[in-house]
Design a protein around this ligand. Structure first.
Ligand SMILES: [Zn+2]
Length: 346
């Protein structure tokens, strides 16, 4: 049938071919069937080229050309659509190895962990021993043996969370002193102890019900106040990596005699007075003193032969001063924007 070159046949075949090409899956088949070397249109052109009747040759030639033109246009348009479709699908399904990948953000140590490590690095070469005490402590170690018997007014300053059977959440890492001294009577000791302590404080910008304390004590022969003072000055210089201005102020603690408090110039206002330093220009960073003879006696030490010093720092306060942090609560809210600022220190 396809060999019969009649007008009717051409019109009918043209319609059929254009219909077929609408189905994108058949484009290649249509191209081959109608336009290929052995295709219908190619075949008809060969026949008409040999036609002797000029009029028929012209009429059929025009019909064939129109058909071919329409079919080719249709095929080009379909192929364009297909190309676009494959490009989009290609992007979706393929992996471009040159695109930047997803980064897994690296974590960093919490600033408190960093400063604890710094303190270990400062003290370990000097022969100090690290001891960790329990956070649930006996009332005896936390208060009684430290010269604060039941009913002593100084207990009020360190009110805490009491548990059953005279246990409590320790208010100070100083509780490590009786714990160790009782076990090692009349022995020279150089101890540092760092950990969480608890107070029944109202939370504000410089107080929280839980904070991190660093306690240091030395007992031995001829441990003088000057030894304490020089140790504190040297430690502050090491911790801040600069000459942080500090002052020693006479104070009172039941477990030391004489007692001092160490204040640091407020780095947020440079001593002018601000909310963080409660308008005083100074922030208390440590309590210190020579170990009270009664404490030595309570812990089975000969207070005539042995003397000692002790001091305790709140580590959050040190970090606040060092980095100009205005609120102690930032350390516990787990906000990555705050914590990532300490990346460079790892
Ligand atoms: Zn200030």
């Amino acid at each position: 049938m396809k060999n019969r070159l009649t007008k009717k046949n051409i019109v009918s075949l043209a319609e059929k071919s254009l219909k077929e090409v609408k189905n994108s899956q058949w484009v290649e088949n249509v191209k081959k069937e109608y336009l290929g070397k052995e295709g219908v249109i190619t075949h008809f052109f060969k026949i008409i080229s040999r036609e002797k009747k000029i009029k028929k040759k012209k009429e059929i030639g025009i019909l064939l050309n129109e058909w071919k033109k329409k079919l080719v246009e249709k095929i080009i348009s379909i192929e364009k659509k297909l190309k676009k479709k494959y490009q989009i699908e290609g992007i979706k399904s393929s992996i471009d190895i040159y695109l930047e990948g997803k980064k897994n953000p690296l974590g960093n140590f919490h600033p408190l962990t960093q400063i604890i490590q710094d303190i270990y690095d400062i003290f370990l070469p000097l022969g100090y021993r690290i001891v960790k005490g329990p956070e649930v402590e006996t009332e005896e170690n936390n208060f009684t043996l430290l010269n604060m018997p039941s009913g002593h007014p100084a207990r009020d300053m360190q009110d805490t969370f009491y548990l059953k059977n005279n246990f409590l959440l320790r208010t100070q890492t100083t509780a490590i002193q009786p714990r160790l001294m009782k076990k090692n009577p009349n022995t020279e000791l150089k101890i540092i102890s760092i950990g969480k302590v608890y107070r029944r404080d109202e939370d504000d910008s410089t107080h929280t019900h839980q904070f991190t304390q660093f306690d240091c004590f030395v007992v031995g022969k001829d441990i003088s106040f000057n030894y304490l003072k020089k140790t504190l000055e040297w430690l502050v210089r090491k911790l801040f990596n600069r000459n942080q201005i500090i002052r020693f102020r006479p104070s009172y603690f039941p477990f030391t005699e004489p007692s001092i408090e160490v204040d640091s110039l407020c780095s947020l206002c440079r001593g002018k007075g601000c909310g963080t330093c409660k308008k005083t220009g100074w922030i208390e960073i440590a309590g210190a003193g020579l170990i009270h003879p009664s404490v030595l006696k309570n812990c089975s030490f000969n207070s005539r032969k042995f003397t000692g010093f002790a001091f305790a720092f709140g580590l959050e306060r040190i970090l606040m001063l060092k980095y100009g942090i205005e609120d102690i609560r930032h350390f516990y809210t787990n906000d990555a924007r705050f914590l990532h600022q300490f990346r460079m220190n790892n």
